[in-house]
Design a protein around this ligand. Structure first.
Ligand code: BGC
Length: 759
């Protein structure tokens, strides 16, 4: 077994020292533009309209909550603020308040885990809608779909009797190595903010609380329980916090999950600065801070810092969890009793929990909008997200879409073509009602008249290198076919054993590097040489180093993890039934060495000895395209990039400055022959010579617009003051006076219109 695999396995085993056996670990891990609203989004949104009353902000002085709080005994308050099973608190049975039920996760309601992580022995109806993960949603650049996505989750959570859904995951994709990037949305704070607001509202309009995670700076899985992040206040405010702020202030998130890692020397769950100061005081958050599972390490520190509910400490106690040993159980009770911690502190936590329980109808779930499961509308949303996310990275001489009439035999190559992903990746696992693989999707789309020959081409196993026999078989299939489709990329693991061995998009493990595993570079190069009519499809939560073969591939497609209908969506794009409209929410670098976290900063392990658990974000605000554009490093595929089967023209830029806002309008025209959707992007360029270094450009507005061929629409994007400001370490948000560039285009590197505005 190669060293990298051993290290990854030992990390996992290290966490199971408490006696948890493999399976336990496995269970654990195991207002938008009208033009962009597709039919599925519209259907689900309409069915949720009646419940939008749930979107009222939580009231600081809720009379009903105060009345309940006054009746609670000390023990009852304590029972509210810690877990009494893997995913519940105890509620207040005496007052008819049931347990508060939480569930992962971000892209579907997780299979039942049992009270103590022991799966139920009786059959459960827990095979639901497997939505595409966060990075796929991010690639749609469609906030309307964010709302539809949240609505599906909220309805399925309600159906399954869950009160809190542990999602969305919105950490910034700082490095493509992060094993959990597939759950997250983007490297850009504005894109994260726009998508998260819809998601949170969608969930919460169903009377279910969203839980935005992981607050904050949980940007790597290596040492996730111990790593200490050192970051400048400016980078924190400009890059890492805006998504959380939007989720709270605009989305009205009822709960947030504090991260495992430390920030500036304090565990995030013990961080007075992050929890009390920023979240609760500055942003006015009235909801509940829930710890990540087993992220609390000290009663007093967590209680005083603003943590409200301790969950998952049982993981440190398995196989014999004793919930009274949670920090917020006996220990907190004793400290309150002897006056070491004020009753008012406990009251505040209980009050916050009651607020959310009452607002989401936990005392009488019949008041909650009725849930639903696996409905055709849910399935349509899963499919629409997958379709709108597929990114056409390269398409030389219009190689795609393939024309069925010209095909007799198609070779489908690559183990990912038939791999199921729903149960992979860790706590975000979903038991899917069905999952259409790329191979199945292609078979369905091509129909009976076209022969599909499948060859796996590579094997998914730890340490697996190029397999000459598998490559020879794939080459023969490619040679004999009119067209070859290679489906490769990253993989999740499914369960304890294989998860440790081959997981590249997975919780608790980062990718060792960006080169595709299992000898895929050799395979793809050999197939391209055997049949130049080959399209390469990449599955996965983010970039890979494709430099070995990208120049010789006529077409490259990023398919992400497509959820239950991913294979159908992909086939629809390859055959032209769907016109691709996804855009990269994250830069694809040429090589890992180009990545700012790796080049300017630190990642995984800190470089300073002996405190190598401290990772310094010396890349500062230069995350993703902010780095590549400022430092003039060419990416493989730029942030915001994504081709279409039609073409779009940008004309008539008009900039109308107002006292508070700047309105930027332009005409977007579908200049090609097919209907399609374009994500028009607006970047702001700060004037040079200011008080702090600025990024060459920053995304400050976008809109996804669907247009029939030949039609045009005026797009107007409005910039507020914040769009021009930087965060001054001493003075807070600051506007540097000067002339700002306005850059409108189809990607961060395909700018079509430029203007200026003075501020
Ligand atoms: C993950 C969270 C998840 C929790 C409960 C943790 O290990 O980091 O994202 O919600 O487990 O399963």
């Amino acid at each position: 077994m190669p060293l990298s695999c051993l290290v990854r396995v030992s990390l996992l085993v290290g966490f199971t020292f408490c006696g948890a056996v493999g399976p336990v670990w496995a269970q654990r891990r195991a207002a938008a533009p009208a033009g962009s609203t597709g039919p599925a989004a519209a259907t689900v949104a309409a069915s949720s309209a009646t419940s939008a009353s749930a979107r009222r902000p939580l009231a600081a002085d809720d009379v009903a909550v105060e009345a309940v709080l006054r009746q609670l005994t000390l023990d009852e308050k304590i029972a509210l603020v810690h877990g009494n099973s893997a995913f519940t608190n105890a509620g207040v049975p005496r007052l008819g308040l049931p347990e508060w039920v939480m569930s992962d996760g971000p892209h579907g309601v997780r299979p039942e885990q049992g009270r103590n992580w022991t799966p139920p022995t009786t059959p459960q109806n827990d095979a639901g809608t497997y939505l595409p993960p966060g990075s796929t949603l991010g690639a749609t650049w469609n906030p309307t779909l964010g709302y539809a996505f949240g609505t599906v989750l909220g309805q399925e959570a309600a159906f399954r009797g869950k009160d809190v859904i542990l999602g969305p995951g919105i950490n910034i994709m700082r490095s493509p190595l992060n094993g959990r990037n597939f759950e997250y949305l983007s490297e850009d704070p504005l894109l994260v903010s726009r998508m998260v607001v819809g998601y949170v509202r969608g969930v919460q309009d169903q009377g279910v609380a969203a839980c935005v995670k992981h607050y904050a700076l949980n940007n790597q899985e290596t040492n996730r329980f111990k790593v200490n992040v050192e970051v400048s206040e400016r980078a924190l405010r400009e890059i890492y916090l805006p998504g959380f702020e939007a989720a709270v202030r605009q989305g009205g998130a009822y709960t947030l999950m504090s991260a495992y890692n430390k920030v500036r020397g304090h565990y995030a769950s013990h961080s007075e600065y992050l929890l009390n100061q920023v979240l609760k005081r500055e942003w006015g958050f009235q909801g509940v801070v829930i710890s990540d599972w087993a992220a609390v390490h000290d009663t007093r520190a967590a209680a005083l810092a603003g943590l409200d509910l301790e969950m998952g400490t049982d993981l440190d106690m398995l196989p014999n969890p004793n919930y009274s040993r949670f920090f917020f159980a006996d220990s907190l009770r004793a400290q309150v009793r002897r006056g070491a911690l004020p009753v008012a502190l406990l009251d505040d936590k209980a009050r916050r929990i009651l607020r959310v329980m009452y607002r989401t109808h936990v005392p009488d779930k019949r008041q909650r909008p009725a849930g639903s499961y696996n409905t055709p509308a849910h399935q349509a949303v899963a499919r629409q997200v997958a379709e709108e996310a597929v990114v056409l990275l390269k398409n030389e001489r219009n190689f795609l879409p393939l024309t069925k009439a010209r095909l007799k035999t198609v070779a489908v190559i690559g183990a990912n073509a038939e791999r199921l992903n729903a149960l992979g990746g860790g706590s975000s696992q979903v038991r899917a009602k069905f999952e259409i693989t790329p191979l199945q999707g292609l078979r369905d789309e091509l129909g009976a008249g076209i022969a599909v020959r499948f060859a796996p081409g590579y094997a998914i196993a730890c340490g697996q290198r190029a397999d000459p026999a598998l490559i020879a078989e794939a080459v023969a299939a490619a040679k004999a076919a009119d067209v070859a489709v290679v489906v490769g990329g990253w993989t999740h693991g499914y369960d304890y054993k294989v998860w440790a061995d081959n997981a590249y998009d997975a919780e608790n493990a980062d990718k060792p590097d960006l080169r595709l595993p299992f000898g895929q570079d050799e395979l793809i190069s050999a197939v391209l040489a055997a049949n130049p009519r080959t399209v390469v499809v990449l599955v996965g939560g983010g970039p890979a180093d494709v430099s070995a073969w990208a120049p010789s591939a006529p077409a490259i497609v990023q398919a992400w993890y497509g959820g239950q209908a991913g294979g159908a969506a992909l086939a629809g794009v390859l055959l032209g039934r769907v016109n691709p409209s996804g855009k990269l929410p994250v830069t694809f670098p040429v090589h890992l060495a180009d990545v700012p976290a790796q080049k300017l900063g630190e990642y995984g392990y800190g470089k300073a000895r002996p405190d190598s658990m401290t990772v310094r974000y010396k890349d500062d605000i230069f995350v993703g395209y902010r780095y590549y554009d400022t430092y003039k490093v060419a990416p493989q595929f730029a942030f915001g990039h994504g081709l279409s089967y039609t073409t779009f023209g940008y004309t008539n830029l008009r900039v109308v400055p107002g006292p508070r806002t700047v309105s930027v309008s332009f005409t977007l025209t579908n200049t090609g022959r097919r209907a399609g959707a374009e994500v028009a992007q607006l970047y702001v360029q700060a004037p040079g010579g200011g008080p702090v270094p600025r990024a060459a450009q920053e995304l400050k507005g976008f809109e996804k617009v669907s247009l029939p061929p030949g039609q045009a629409r005026t797009v107007t994007l409005v910039l507020d003051r914040r769009a021009f400001e930087y965060y001054d370490e001493k003075g807070g948000w600051t506007l540097a006076p000067g002339t700002y560039g306005l850059r409108v285009g189809s990607s961060s590197r395909d700018i079509r219109l430029t203007g200026t505005v003075g501020r």
